[in-house]
Structures are given as structure tokens and as C-alpha cells.
Design a protein. Structure first.
Ligand code: 26Q
Length: 752
């Protein structure tokens, strides 16, 4: 059957007569049918990647690419007067993640299947995912982000497990999604849910009764944890996730007639941050029910489980009060206490190593490190900080468990789907090997002096900028000049990521323009990202940016030279639109605080030049591209760590010492901004910057302004800039998640 007739059987009409929505339904059926027929990846040992987040993005385009039929479908539709991109827009995006950690899990699933490794994801089927972001009065508001409209890849299964929560029995249900490898076979993402969850209890934004577990358990990803009930709900969710995972693993292994005492021969579990850590005591508990002693069960589980750390921020390292656990998962308490007892006995009650601390809190990461066989950080610098600072007591006793796995991104989504013209140009220039052999990208370096090639790359960037401009005009009615420099910072809003520093630069530039110091070329500063609903300071930064956008974009004196865009509800689809259009990639976290970053890699792959601190994977980007193709500034991680240790940073000193800084920070409560914004919120933000500034914005501000000016000036050396763009793309092979996954397999999973 031809592709055309196949699609038309699903449509029941000619393609040219169908609406985009009907075409979406038909293509979804086509993909499901083809996926159904694909064999599962085979192998003796299987990986279970357990994660509270899988930020998988829209599936249709990616699946068509991995099935090898994207271009064919696109051309066929075009012949019939249809646009595949418009059809793809009809899919609802599942927002099953916050940001980096969740997106990493999605890139990993793609690479695992592509590399023909047997490995499934296990997580939760959140009905509304994370919230949807709206703007009103220049502030963020949250509303439910509904995605379960039945038109997606999820398959309801009849796999159900009994789960005990707070002494009551519940019955879970498993939903499965095929994970199709690039030109390969398939694995599965298992998302667990409760049939009784009731979406109608959500009232007033994203508020709901946090107490009724049977109705609310999987409504949202990380419901507001600013109160007790919210935090407890996280424990319910986490245990529900891992008990399902553990039961699934044992069920599958028993069906294969494997001896559970040899579990480590047949199964590997990766614990994605501490959110799934309770899988350790849960699996021990279930093995004990099979007649295995606790000591033996703990040994087995230790050989199966491995832990990935994604942060050094102390507040993100989960510590659950014993009385929460006692209430929600009393069945785990004897196990956790037993593990804690074993640790105290082995290490002479060393407070630093104990799982349960003096305030009766259970440290999830500590349990992972004692009762897992591997501990990895997500970029070279991050792993070094873990070993020598943050987790030093553990490195001292378990040096062999520590290893680095620098993050990666899947090229199938982040260039083939997001930047198809660039992918085609690469194909034409060096062949298609780079899609599965990322090192081949480096062959592009042969064209570093090839003017016509550089010109074509630049033309593609320009087209991507035009595409972004028309998208933002259509969605948010903002006029953007595609000939301006696109300066982009898109990521979750957090003080350590220092969007506020970029906003202060916007104020500086605004004041410069007012003084008549005009930039050589207009600049468009693009922000995007969500703040946690209860994170006041992050919301205040969003407020400042939205107020600045209102002021600047409507000022006829300034707006021809400077525009500010805050993308609403930044998500994967918007990332795919924004990243290929970027010239300057802002990666300006306070050194030592960004574990890795992964958008930095996506920008690099798409030929943007990084403006960044020596933090996370920026350090590895610099090593790859060389100092001439990156702009770095700011205090080093060693200096920053020392400042924390000695309490040596006082924002006020910088505020008082540099008149320019005083002026910029002062502008936050200028008449012009107070006319637009909320006086209290702006004042609170300003006070925080002057008197607290925990993430040291003012420390690096002058260096940032200086480096950014240099960079903007260098943009005018068009030939030089095009070469930098090429170097960035050509050297980004290392950041393919295929490379990362090969390393996980080589050092941790040993699947084959
Ligand atoms: C913890 C406790 C209570 C409530 C929420 C949380 C919580 C939720 C989400 C803690 C952490 C997260 C997500 C973290 C995350 O996305 N980290 C990022 O992981 C990326 C992939 O490794 C890195 O590139 C980023 O540097 C890191 O910030």
C-alpha cells in the first residue's frame, strides 16, 4: 500500500479534503500502527529508568522522524496543499516535567531505544502535568494544562498493582507509550495512574483539596509544596511511583523465570534524582516477602540501583520527616530504620553519613549513596564539586562509586526536528552518518573557510529568525525585527540562573539608548520560562521583565533599538521554535550552581554562541570550541564557593561602590516602572538585590555588561561570527545523548 492510500484509509477521504485535525488523527493512527509492528528491543538485561518527570514533548513529528518517514509524509501533504507543521500543532503537549531533569529523561529514552538497549521508563501519568503559564497584569498565573484528550500515544493496559498508602489499599493502572528508536526497535514508557482521580476537584487556578488522595494523586506534577499537605502529597506520589515500578520489575523478572537472587544480572535501575529513592526500601521489602533476608535483599538492591544527582542546592536535596513517612508509608519504616542502623553501625554513628539525622529526617540521597552502586553528577565540574565539597564525606568512604556522566541531548529532536534546514545542509555537506555517529559532525570543520557554506548556514539562521518573528507576532502580537540580534535566555526561573542579571542589563541598555548611545544594530532580548507557583522572588523577576517589555516596546525612542520578549508558557514546542533562531545563548548562572544545563548544548548545536559563566557544562563547551568561540565572564566556582564559606559577599558593597549598579537597581522602582507594575513586588525585588542577593547577581554584573558589549560588537564582524557559529555546531557532537547513554551503559548498566 502506498503511504497516501494508507493515510487515506484512516481518513476516509482524500488528504486534500481533510482538516489539520483530521490529518493529525490519521497520522497518529499511522504511527501507532507502525509502532505496533515494530519488535521490542531484545536483550538479557533490562534497564528501568525511574523518574518523576518525562518531559517528552509532542510525539508525532519525532515518531515520524524515528520511523524514517517524516520527509515523505511532509512532501506528500505539501503536494496536497497541507502543511505538516500545522498538523503537528494540533497535538497537545504533555507537560510532564519541570525542565532540565525531565527533558534529560526524554532524550535518554530516545537514545536508549536508538542504541538498541533494552530499557523502559517508569513514571506517573499526571493529568495536568505542570501548570500552564498565563500573564495578567504583567504577572505569572497558573492554570491547569490539560493534555489527556485521548488523541495521543498512550495505551491503557490492564496491568494493575495493589498499592498501600497510609494503611489503605489502592489499585493502580499502567498506561504505556511506545518509545521508537531512530530507525530502530522500540521500548516502553510506563506511566502509572489511579482510575479514581477526579479532574473536577480542581478549582480556582490550580487549587484543589490536597487531602483526598484517591481523587488527587496524579492530578499535577509537584503540586505546590509550600504547605504541609502539598509536601505530603509528594510523598504519596513518590511511593505510588516506586511501588508500581518495583512490582512491575518483579513481575517481569518472575515471568522470565529469573532467580530474584540474581536480579543484578537481569535488571538495572537508574534513580533520577532523589524523587524515586524510596524504590530502594520498597524493593527490599518486596524481596523479603519472597523469603530473602534483609541483609541479602539490601545487597541485591545495592547492585541493581544507581543514583544520579542533578543539583547541589541544599534545599532541593530531599529530606522527609519521619512522621510523614510513618503516616504515609509505615510499611517502609522498619526497612529504612534497618538501613540506618546498618549505616550507623558500619560508620560508628557518623552524623554526616547517617540516613536519619538528629531532627528525625530521612535523607533520601544518603540512602541512595549507601545502598546504590553508583553515584553520578551530570557535568565534569558538577561531579568534582560533589566529590570534593557537597558529598565529600561520601566520596571519602565510597570513592569508586562516584563517576561523571556529562548530560546530552538527542539530535533527532534538537536538530532534525527543530532545525530541519540545518540538518539537510549538514546531510548534503558531510553525509548522514552524524545522525547516529555524533563525532562525524566535526567533519564540518573542513568548511570553516568555505564562504558559500558559511553563507548558507547564516541564511538558515536568518530564516529561523523570520520564523520566530512571525510566530511571536501571531501568538503574542509583538513585532520583532529578524535583522536584530536575538539574545536568548530560556529556562526555569530561579535566582541562581540569574535572569535578573540579564534584566538589569536590559535596564542598562535602555538607559544608554536614552542617553543617545545607540547600539550598532537592534537587539531583541528573549526570555522564556516558568517560576514555581510558590517562589515569590522568581515571580518578581518575571514581573520585572514583563514590566520592562511593556515600557521598552512601547517607547518610540528606544524600541527601534531594543525589544524585550517574554515567551508565554515556554515548553518543548516553543523551545524548538526559539533555539534555532538564537544568536546569543545566555548561560549566566552563578558559577557552581548550575549542575550542567542542557539548553546550552541545544543552542550550541544550532549554531548560537554562548555568553556564559564557567559553570556546569559551559566549561566543557569552552573546552570544545576554544576561547575564541565562546564569551565567558564572572567569578569562578572556586571563588564563589569560598565566598559562601566565608560569608564574604555583601551585595550592598557593590551597590554602593558602583554608581552604575546603583542606577540600574534603582530603576526597578523608577516612576516609569511603578506606573506599569506592582509597587510592592518591584520594591521587594529591589530590596532583595541590595540586601540579600543570595545568588550574587551584583558580583558579576559589571563583568557581564562588559563581555556582552564585546560580543555585540563582534557580531558586526559577520564573517568572524559565522565561523564561530560553525565551530559551535561542528564541535557539539560530544553533547549527543547517544554518547551519554553509551557511557552510562559502559560504566553503570552493562546491558550488553
Ligand atoms: C524537590 C523537592 C521538593 C519539590 C521539588 C523538588 C524538585 C523538583 C524538580 C527538585 C528538582 C527538580 C528538578 C531539577 C532539575 O531539573 N535539575 C536540572 O537537571 C538538569 C539535567 O541534569 C541539569 O542540566 C540542570 O543543571 C539542573 O538544574
Amino acid at each position: 500500500m502506498t503511504l497516501e492510500s494508507e493515510i487515506e484509509t484512516y481518513l476516509n477521504k482524500p488528504i486534500s479534503n481533510a482538516t489539520d485535525l483530521q490529518l493529525y488523527d490519521a497520522l497518529l493512527s499511522l504511527v501507532k500502527h507502525k509502532a505496533e509492528k515494530l519488535p521490542e528491543v531484545s536483550g538479557e538485561k533490562k534497564l528501568y529508568y525511574i523518574s518523576a518527570e518525562f518531559l517528552i514533548g509532542k510525539q508525532l513529528g519525532k515518531n515520524l522522524i524515528n520511523l524514517g518517514i517524516y520527509d515523505e509524509v511532509k512532501q506528500l501533504l505539501a503536494k496536497k496543499g497541507k502543511d505538516l507543521s500545522c498538523v503537528e500543532e494540533k497535538e497537545k503537549e504533555p507537560s510532564l516535567g519541570n525542565g532540565g531533569l525531565g527533558r534529560l529523561a526524554a532524550c535518554f529514552l530516545d537514545s536508549i531505544a536508538t542504541l538498541d538497549m533494552k530499557g523502559d521508563g517508569v513514571g506517573l501519568n499526571y493529568h495536568f502535568g505542570l501548570f500552564k503559564q498565563e500573564f495578567k497584569d504583567h504577572k505569572q498565573y497558573e492554570i491547569p494544562d490539560e493534555w489527556l484528550d485521548g488523541k495521543n500515544m498512550l495505551k491503557k493496559t490492564d496491568v494493575c498493582f495493589p498499592i498501600e498508602l497510609a494503611g489503605k489499599m489502592y489499585t493502580s493502572r499502567m498506561y504505556d507509550m511506545d518509545v521508537i528508536g531512530f530507525k530502530g526497535n522500540k521500548n516502553t514508557l510506563h506511566l502509572f495512574d489511579l482510575d479514581t482521580v477526579d479532574e473536577s476537584i480542581v478549582k480556582d487556578g490550580i487549587d484543589f483539596d490536597k487531602k483526598d488522595i484517591s481523587k488527587n494523586l496524579t492530578l499535577f506534577l509537584y503540586p505546590d509544596d509550600s504547605d504541609d499537605a502539598g509536601r505530603k502529597l509528594r510523598v504519596y506520589q513518590q511511593y505510588f511511583m516506586v511501588s508500581n515500578a518495583a512490582q512491575l520489575i518483579l513481575k517481569e523478572q518472575k515471568a522470565l523465570k529469573h532467580d530474584l537472587k540474581d536480579l543484578d544480572k537481569y535488571a538495572a535501575i537508574q534513580i533520577n534524582d532523589t524523587h524515586p529513592s524510596m524504590v530502594i526500601p520498597e524493593l527490599i521489602r518486596l524481596l523479603m516477602q519472597e523469603g530473602i533476608t534483609m541483609k541479602k535483599a539490601a545487597d541485591i538492591v545495592s547492585n541493581v540501583c544507581a543514583y544520579t544527582n542533578h543539583t547541589i542546592l541544599a534545599e532541593a536535596l530531599e529530606k522527609w520527616p519521619m512522621d510523614y513517612l510513618q503516616e504515609v508509608v509505615p510499611q517502609l519504616m522498619p526497612i529504612i530504620e534497618g538501613l540506618d542502623y546498618a549505616v550507623s553501625a558500619a560508620f560508628h554513628d557518623n552524623e554526616e553519613l547517617n540516613i536519619i539525622d538528629a531532627q528525625n529526617r530521612v535523607h533520601m540521597a544518603k540512602m541512595d549513596m549507601h545502598f546504590g552502586h553508583s553515584i553520578n553528577g551530570v557535568a565534569a565540574l558538577h561531579t568534582e564539586i560533589l566529590k570534593h565539597k557537597e558529598l565529600k564525606p561520601f566520596y571519602d568512604v565510597y570513592p569508586d562509586k562516584f563517576n561523571n556522566k556529562t548530560n546530552g541531548i538527542t539530535f533527532r529532536r534538537w536538530i532534525m526536528h527543530a532545525d530541519p534546514e540545518l540538518a539537510d545542509l549538514v546531510d548534503e555537506t558531510i553525509g548522514e552518518d552524524w545522525k547516529t555517529d555524533e563525532n562525524a559532525l566535526e567533519k564540518l570543520m573542513d568548511h570553516i573557510e568555505d564562504e558559500s557554506f558559511l553563507g548558507r548556514m547564516d541564511e538558515i539562521k536568518h530564516q529561523n529568525k523570520v520564523r520566530f518573528a512571525s510566530f511571536i507576532k501571531q501568538k503574542q502580537n509583538i513585532d520583532v525585527d529578524p535583522d536584530s540580534i536575538y539574545d536568548v535566555q530560556v529556562k526555569r526561573f530561579h535566582e541562581y540562573k540569574r535572569q535578573q542579571m540579564n534584566a538589569l542589563w536590559v535596564i542598562w541598555k535602555y538607559m544608554q539608548i536614552k542617553k543617545g548611545n545607540l547600539p550598532q544594530r537592534p537587539i531583541t532580548v528573549i526570555f522564556g520560562g516558568k517560576a514555581a507557583p510558590a517562589y515569590y522572588q522568581a515571580k518578581a523577576v518575571i514581573h520585572l521583565i514583563l514590566c520592562l517589555a511593556e515600557l521598552i516596546n512601547n517607547d518610540p525612542e528606544v524600541s527601534p533599538y531594543l525589544k524585550v520578549v517574554m515567551i508565554k508558557n515556554y515548553n518543548i514546542a516553543k523551545a524548538e521554535m526559539t533555539i534555532p533562531a538564537c544568536d546569543i545563548s545566555e548561560q549566566i548562572s552563578l558559577a557552581s550552581k548550575e549542575a550542567s544545563g542542557t539548553s546550552n548544548m541545544k543552542f550550541m548545536l544550532n549554531g548560537a554562541v554562548t555568553l556564559g559563566t564557567n559553570d556546569g557544562a559551559n566549561v566543557e563547551i569552552r573546552d570544545l570550541v576554544g576561547n575564541d568561540s565562546i564569551y565567558t565572564f564572572g567569578r569562578s566556582s572556586d571563588e564563589v564557593i569560598k565566598l559562601y564559606e566565608t560569608a564574604g559577599y555583601h551585595a550592598k558593597d557593590y551597590y554602593e561602590k558602583y554608581p552604575e549598579i546603583k542606577e540600574m537597581v534603582g530603576f526597578i522602582t523608577s516612576k516609569a516602572l511603578l506606573k506599569i507594575g506592582d509597587a510592592k513586588m518591584l520594591k521587594d525585588l529591589q530590596d532583595n538585590l541590595i540586601n540579600k542577593d543570595w545568588f550574587m547577581t551584583l558580583l558579576d554584573l559589571e563583568a557581564y555588561i562588559e563581555e556582552k558589549e564585546k560580543m555585540l560588537g563582534d557580531y558586526e564582524d559577520r564573517e568572524g561570527w559565522k565561523r564561530m557559529a560553525l565551530v559551535n555546531t561542528a564541535k557539539s557532537g560530544f553533547f549527543s545523548s547517544d554518547r551519554t547513554i553509551r557511557e552510562y551503559n559502559r560504566d553503570i548498566w552493562h546491558l550488553k
